[in-house]
Design a protein around this ligand. Structure first.
Ligand SMILES: *[C@@H]1O[C@H](CO)[C@@H](O)[C@H](O)[C@H]1NC(C)=O
Ligand SMILES: *[C@@H]1O[C@H](CO)[C@@H](O)[C@H](O)[C@H]1NC(C)=O
Ligand SMILES: *[C@@H]1O[C@H](CO)[C@@H](O)[C@H](O)[C@H]1NC(C)=O
Ligand SMILES: *[C@@H]1O[C@H](CO)[C@@H](O)[C@H](O)[C@H]1NC(C)=O
Ligand SMILES: *[C@@H]1O[C@H](CO)[C@@H](O)[C@H](O)[C@H]1NC(C)=O
Ligand SMILES: *[C@@H]1O[C@H](CO)[C@@H](O)[C@H](O)[C@H]1NC(C)=O
Ligand SMILES: *[C@@H]1O[C@H](CO)[C@@H](O)[C@H](O)[C@H]1NC(C)=O
Ligand SMILES: *[C@@H]1O[C@H](CO)[C@@H](O)[C@H](O)[C@H]1NC(C)=O
Ligand SMILES: *[C@@H]1O[C@H](CO)[C@@H](O)[C@H](O)[C@H]1NC(C)=O
Ligand SMILES: *[C@@H]1O[C@H](CO)[C@@H](O)[C@H](O)[C@H]1NC(C)=O
Ligand SMILES: *[C@@H]1O[C@H](CO)[C@@H](O)[C@H](O)[C@H]1NC(C)=O
Ligand SMILES: *[C@@H]1O[C@H](CO)[C@@H](O)[C@H](O)[C@H]1NC(C)=O
Length: 663
């Protein structure tokens, strides 16, 4: 029956679409033309269709930029031999569309509707996201098809013209979609395509027959494991694990959307920033949970923000007692401390009808995680994976399986949406001026822009100015630049406004090697326990790395290739970079930064001929606690002939000791 209907419908279409002139021709006796087979039946893979239903003008009535409503249907049909897990379809919108609603689907990157989708968007199914095959279901179209009703606004196409997307395609791995067939005269309103398995990609059949999708790699993975399930509520264990050697979170804040009116009854190992059940009292929850005292409910926020507990709560029997919890929201790279590279909490989630069923489990959506001075992460949707095994809590030597598990993969985004939070200044033994951090390296608020210039490059400063807060450097800077016969712009350039600044000082360059002194200043108000610093050098120099004197330094590879990064952390007892504080002597009235310093030594044995002073001795990338620091635009120059004059070994030794104690 399910197959017959489209055929009948197709025949009907042919008859109604026949131009009247044809029917007036004298009848000729021919066999009736076979009904065209609907394209979905010609497809033995994943059939995609985008059908425009209607469009109409909406207010305001302005010919210059008239908005229109559109309604359309996206269909995804699995006509293949294997189940399609977590379908994702790209729809190439191109008419400045604003998507208002998408029944049974979500925008995959977690953007809330309404959303600007004028450059196209990727949709995924929700709550059902897997499409079974006809083989599995004896041809039950309901389980093989996703029909997504889209409603939105567009600006560029006037009805009766039809705003079609440029493209539709399946973005799941291992599928190839030909360009969609353009709308035919018969059906101006529909584009279709039939996606096939990419024959060049060897499909791991053991994965396909597997009931679940494999776990994916990523910079930070979040597991959502349901470890206890009841009809009306369940207990979920949330595990965040850092896999990136330079990834890190401090004071992490995790947020997600409840899509089915759930609320959090209890939590251990973490806490919501807002404890508030009023939304339940005035919402549908109070009608269902009539006997519940909502004063005991933790939060009914639709999008709760969750933070880690302080270490003092680790042994608290009601709030803590979760392994890997309660570290003030710190997640470190594995190289620093594997035991601190994950955070775990549990929460008891109360469900709402129609989900009062042990097996009706839906994870929250639109996950986001951020820290204080950390990289930006962007998270994908939860993907159902095979159950997680964890040690039996009763201490039996067996592993227990979760009831259901989802994985959320969060990757560090390279496109920086926020301004940097740290910066680098350069100096060298052959130049008495310091090149300070860039003007407004970490942003400038608009009020300060009136008293200083956000555009002028920074002025050179004498070494002693580096220890002063920017606002107290002015007189030294002016005098120094006057001495050097440099013009001083009016207004003066603004400061860098960075919480953390790092000075890279090339301390020596001699026949067999060279050294650099690195100093970290914390001008901000927060301490950095367990800080780390990663320095990527221009290619050849890294091979000469020997050691750091008062940091714990090692080489590592960030991208899985050759070692390209010097990873440094404080030695035991020095792993704490304190916040700036006001000078003890109140007469001086100066802010004093928290400070850490070390000298790094390189040899030239493996890298003969490198040009340390002019180029190779300065870092290509500096990363503090996972956050990339802004580098200056210029390098210190050597004046006259001193550039290549190596200093003697004796003066090198003096240089190291002098360098270590200079600041
Ligand atoms: C819309 O505006 C145009 C001119 O701007 C006018 O001619 C037309 O009557 C208006 N239509 C309606 C429904 O108000
Ligand atoms: C589409 O892309 C262009 C160019 O990349 C960008 O300027 C514009 O803001 C984008 N529009 C939307 C809605 O994302
Ligand atoms: C998410 O998708 C929407 C629509 O395609 C797009 O406008 C937005 O920039 C995307 N956001 C991110 C963080 O990628
Ligand atoms: C449609 O999208 C697919 C996959 O994203 C791509 O390979 C193809 O080139 C696109 N076609 C057009 C016309 O943009
Ligand atoms: C297929 O996947 C299984 C399980 O992940 C793995 O053990 C096996 O090596 C894979 N086979 C191929 C050919 O990749
Ligand atoms: C995250 O990065 C990994 C590789 O590090 C990649 O395999 C994965 O597809 C990425 N995930 C997302 C959601 O971008
Ligand atoms: C945790 O954070 C609190 C408040 O922010 C702070 O007082 C405390 O020292 C921190 N503890 C650790 C171990 O970082
Ligand atoms: C619970 O859900 C499962 C699967 O969705 C279904 O088979 C079962 O009948 C439901 N049980 C009740 C009591 O509704
Ligand atoms: C339980 O799981 C852990 C880690 O997944 C594994 O190392 C251990 O061998 C398992 N124990 C048993 C009894 O299977
Ligand atoms: C440093 O600058 C601050 C803020 O402008 C000012 O209050 C303080 O008096 C200055 N200290 C000195 C020693 O100039
Ligand atoms: C990278 O550095 C580490 C630690 O210094 C060392 O153990 C490892 O062998 C190096 N790897 C390569 C490919 O050089
Ligand atoms: C120090 O370096 C700066 C920046 O490259 C340069 O402008 C200046 O002339 C140099 N000073 C001397 C004494 O060479």
């Amino acid at each position: 029956m399910g197959f017959l209907l489209p055929i009948i419908f197709g025949v009907f279409l042919v008859f109604t679409a026949t131009p009247p002139s044809l029917s007036q021709l004298p009848p000729t006796i021919t066999a009736p033309a076979p009904a065209p087979i609907p394209p979905s039946e010609l497809c033995n893979g994943i059939f995609l269709s985008y059908r425009f239903k209607l469009g109409r003008k909406i207010p305001p009535n302005e010919t210059t930029d008239q908005p229109y409503r559109f309604e359309s249907v996206l269909t995804v049909l699995n006509n293949g031999r294997e189940e399609l897990k977590e379908w994702r379809v790209f729809v190439g919108f191109r008419h400045r569309e604003i998507l208002i609603s998408a029944a049974n689907a979500l925008i995959v990157n977690g953007t809330e509707l309404p959303a600007l989708v004028g450059n196209g968007t990727i949709l995924g199914g929700y709550p059902v996201s897997d499409l079974k095959t006809a083989i599995q279901t004896a041809g039950d179209l309901k389980q093989m098809t996703a029909k997504i009703e889209l409603v939105g606004t567009q600006f560029m196409v006037t009805p009766p013209e039809i705003p079609m997307p440029s493209n539709i395609s399946l973005v799941n791995d291992g599928w190839l979609c030909p360009e969609p067939t353009p709308p035919t005269p018969l059906s101006k309103r529909e584009i279709t395509t039939c996606c096939k398995r990419d024959p060049t990609i060897k499909v791991n059949t053991t994965l396909i027959t597997d009931k679940f999708l494999p776990r994916q790699p990523g910079d930070l993975t979040i597991m959502y494991d349901v470890v206890r399930a009841y009809d009306q509520n369940y207990l979920a264990e949330v595990t965040m694990e850092n896999h990136n050697p330079l990834g890190r979170l401090d004071h992490w804040e995790l947020s997600f959307d409840w899509k089915r009116d759930e609320f959090i009854q209890k939590m251990q190992g973490a806490y919501p920033t807002v404890v508030d059940a009023t939304k339940c009292i005035f919402g549908p929850q109070s009608k269902i949970y009539t006997g519940l005292d909502f004063a005991d409910v933790l939060t009914c926020e639709r999008r709760p923000v969750i933070v880690d507990l302080p270490p003092t709560k680790a042994e608290d029997p009601t709030l803590g007692k979760i392994p890997s919890c309660c570290r003030n929201g710190t997640i470190l790279p594995r190289v620093m401390d594997p035991s601190k590279s994950a955070s775990v909490f549990t929460m008891q989630v109360s469900k709402m009808p129609p989900d009062f069923n042990r097996s009706a489990l839906f994870p929250p959506q639109n996950w986001r995680i951020k820290g204080t001075l950390n990289p930006d992460y962007s998270c994908g949707p939860p993907v159902r994976v095979s159950p997680t095994f964890y040690p039996d809590p009763s201490g039996m030597p067996t592993n227990k399986s979760s009831f259901a598990s989802w994985q959320i993969v969060c990757n560090i985004t390279n496109v920086k949406t926020e301004t940097p939070k740290c910066c680098v200044s350069f100096s060298a033994f052959f130049n008495d001026s310091i090149i300070p951090c860039n003007t407004c390296a970490c942003g400038c608020v608009s009020e300060t822009r009136r008293t200083c210039s956000a555009e002028s490059p920074p002025l050179l400063i004498p070494p002693d100015a580096l220890l002063l807060p920017f606002e107290n450097r002015t007189s030294l800077t002016v005098a120094w630049n006057a001495l050097k016969h440099k013009t001083i712009p009016n207004p003066m350039p603004c400061g860098d406004n960075c919480g953390v600044s790092i000075n890279w000082h090339m301390a020596s360059d001699y026949r067999g090697g060279w050294t650099a002194r690195i100093t970290i200043f914390n001008w901000g108000g927060i301490d950095f326990p367990d800080w780390f610093l990663a320095v990527q050098m221009k290619k050849p120099a890294i091979r000469g790395f020997e050691k750091a004197y008062s940091f714990n330094a090692s080489l590592l590879s960030v991208d899985g290739g050759v070692n390209n990064t010097i990873f440094m952390e404080g030695l035991p007892g020095l792993e704490y970079l304190v916040a700036e504080r006001d000078e003890l002597d109140p007469k001086k009235n100066l802010r004093v930064p928290g400070k850490q310093q070390s000298v790094i030594q390189f040899s030239k044995k493996l890298t003969p001929g490198i040009n340390v002073a002019e180029r190779d001795g300065f870092p290509a990338k500096v990363i503090f606690n996972g956050e990339e620091c802004l580098l200056p635009d210029v390098l210190p120059l050597a004046s006259g002939g001193r550039r290549n004059g190596f200093i003697t070994v004796l003066s090198y030794i003096i240089a190291i000791f002098a360098a270590a104690f200079m600041i």
